[in-house]
Ligand binder design. Structure first.
Ligand SMILES: [Zn+2]
Length: 96
């Protein structure tokens, strides 16, 4: 059997850095964040990001709405990280 892989699988995959603040993970398009950070995005926002992403190029307002949803997702992750840090700071008593 000599199967030729479909054209799509031979195309180089575009990669990006995770969109979350300070994250160095490299991810593949069209993902926005690494799994660890994407997990922190509220479900409703995840749906919004994907819904507008699918409409980019089909609806004139989609690009802007997608950008806004992405920013909201980044902010939501950042807030959760800050809250988590505040909790761990509160749990750690000063040494002296
Ligand atoms: Zn990340």
């Amino acid at each position: 059997m000599n199967k030729t892989p479909p054209a799509a699988s031979r195309r180089p995959v575009q990669t990006y850095a995770c969109a979350a603040n300070g994250c160095q993970h490299v991810i593949e398009a069209p993902m926005l964040m690494c799994v660890e950070h994407w997990r922190l995005v509220p479900a409703a926002l995840k749906r919004e990001v994907w819904a507008w992403w699918r409409l980019v190029g089909r609806r004139p307002e989609a690009r802007e709405r997608h950008r806004a949803a992405v920013q909201a997702a980044i902010d939501a992750v950042h807030q959760k990280q800050l809250a988590r840090k505040a909790r761990s700071d509160a749990a750690t008593r000063p040494l002296f």
